[in-house]
Design a protein around this ligand. Sequence first.
Ligand code: HEM
Ligand code: HEM
Length: 185
Amino acid sequence: MHELDHYIYPHRVLHWLVAAVIVLSLASGAILGTLGFERAVALAGQEVTNAFYTAHKTLGVGLLLLMTLRIITRLAFVVPDHEPPLNAFERVVSTSVHHLLYLALIAMPLLGWWATATGGFPVQFFQWTLPPIFAENKALSETLFIWHGRLGWAILALTVLHITGALYHWRIKRDNVMKRMSLFE
Ligand code: HEM
Ligand code: HEM
């Protein structure tokens, strides 16, 4: 039955949207972190640099919205069975990686928001400037940006593990794990 061998369609669409957005956020963040504001301006000019920062923040806040919807579609609907069932090792590793990913994908945009607001910079989402929420505190902002970068590495590592697991199930074990999340099968 369709309901039992796939996550509900909106949850699958959200999975692949989140995957695309996280790749773009990590890539744009890595460029910003490597160059820093001054070098970016020297290379690309003030206007392009500002647009790039806004794009990064928009992706991050967008991810927060997508993850909120995704938690709802995950908790409110039936989860398909594994066919054949996962063994204990697969169950523990996959559940841990999934939970850590959920946690990190919520924490990362909040940390970006917090670091940006305490740095006295605008928290932008497309053309809107969102409420800073946190009072300015430059020293705290610097520390939070360091943690924003570290959490980026952690997300990258978890994603590599996750994709390795998905490929193993899809090409080697050939069970229904990929089908559960696929948009096309
Ligand atoms: C999933 C969401 C996000 C990801 C994956 C992400 C990733 C990153 C990464 C990897 C860096 C480079 C850090 C470094 O090495 O110094 C970075 C920098 C930055 N992020 Fe994010 N970020 C996200 C969300 C946000 C949000 C929501 C905001 C603000 C509203 C934000 C603001 C910034 C800023 C301003 C920088 C530049 C810091 C600097 O100049 O050193 N990020 N981000
Ligand atoms: C090529 C890239 C990717 C592939 C092939 C892939 C594949 C899959 C598959 C097959 C599942 C279902 C696992 C199961 O239910 O047993 C899944 C679930 C999941 N994926 Fe991915 N994924 C990819 C990228 C990503 C990325 C980039 C993220 C986030 C950083 C992510 C986060 C998750 C999470 C949190 C789950 C848990 C399922 C749930 O929502 O409850 N995936 N993925």
